[in-house]
Design a protein around this ligand. Structure first.
Ligand code: AP5
Ligand code: MG
Length: 207
């Protein structure tokens, strides 16, 4: 089964996708995570990509589409997190034959608090929150023992840009999938366990 998960910055896409990967054995493919890995490698492409990520604007379409297609080549059980988030990207993956698109609906004031308290693993990228999703040991990733840090684009200036990009570029993508009849919206403002259970139900119904 091929799933896309979309939603505003900090809506919980990564958190839900990580659980789907762990519990239902989906491959979790996060566009943002793959791009951050590219930056961490320090290659010339990584240096170029960093400029977009730090500002909170979208990286070039061709590059991102190619990167994702390579990642899912010959696979048929995956969840695309944060991709596509631009209409041309959505049209460029028509051949993947996506089964289900889940949109997490969360009010802006809620996600701002989530982003302010988010901590991510510097090694594996897993997401935590200082209040809502606490690791067993403060500052340390439950999964791999990596150090928890703040993401570079979780600053007020970049967050503002990310929201603007979501409204201008990604909302039309959500409407595009709605018209195709494969969109399901889930209330993402509830507690993490409740959001996950609601998403799981939608996935099981579509299977
Ligand atoms: P990306 O990494 O995808 O960032 P984003 O869309 O801004 O989303 P986030 O990862 O910030 O949030 P999330 O929804 O995953 O929430 P999370 O689960 O962490 O993209 C980054 C950048 O990469 C983009 O700006 C762009 O430059 C580039 N990029 C990415 N995709 C691209 C594309 N397709 N094309 C071009 N460029 C692209 O949760 C947030 C926090 O809340 C955490 O602390 C978490 O623990 C907590 N939390 C989660 N769920 C709950 C809950 N239910 N209740 C309380 N707290 C919760
Ligand atoms: Mg994420």
């Amino acid at each position: 089964m091929k799933i896309i998960i979309l939603g505003p910055p900090g809506s919980g896409k990564g958190t839900v996708a990580e659980k789907l990967e762990k519990n239902l054995k989906f491959l979790h493919v996060s566009a943002g995570e793959l791009l951050r890995e590219e930056v961490a490698k320090g290659t010339s492409i990584g240096k170029e990509v960093k400029k977009y990520l730090d500002k909170g604007v979208l990286a070039p379409n061709n590059f991102v589409v190619e990167m994702i297609k390579l990642e899912v080549k010959d696979k048929d059980n995956y969840i695309l997190d944060g991709f596509p988030r631009q209409l041309d990207q959505a049209k460029a993956i028509a051949d993947l034959k996506i089964d289900l698109v889940i949109c997490l609906d969360v009010p802006e004031e809620v996600v701002v608090e989530r982003l302010a308290g988010r901590r991510v693993c510097s090694k594996c990228g897993d997401s935590y929150h200082i209040k809502f999703v606490r690791p067993k040991k403060e500052g340390v990733c439950d999964q791999c023992g990596g150090k928890l840090i703040q993401r570079k684009d979780d600053n007020p200036k970049a967050i503002k840009v990310r929201f603007k990009v979501f409204h201008q570029e990604t909302e039309p993508v959500i409407n595009y999938f709605k018209k195709k009849g494969i969109l399901k919206t889930v209330d993402g403002s509830l507690a993490p366990e409740k959001v996950y259970n609601a998403v799981k139900k939608v996935v099981e119904q579509a299977r």
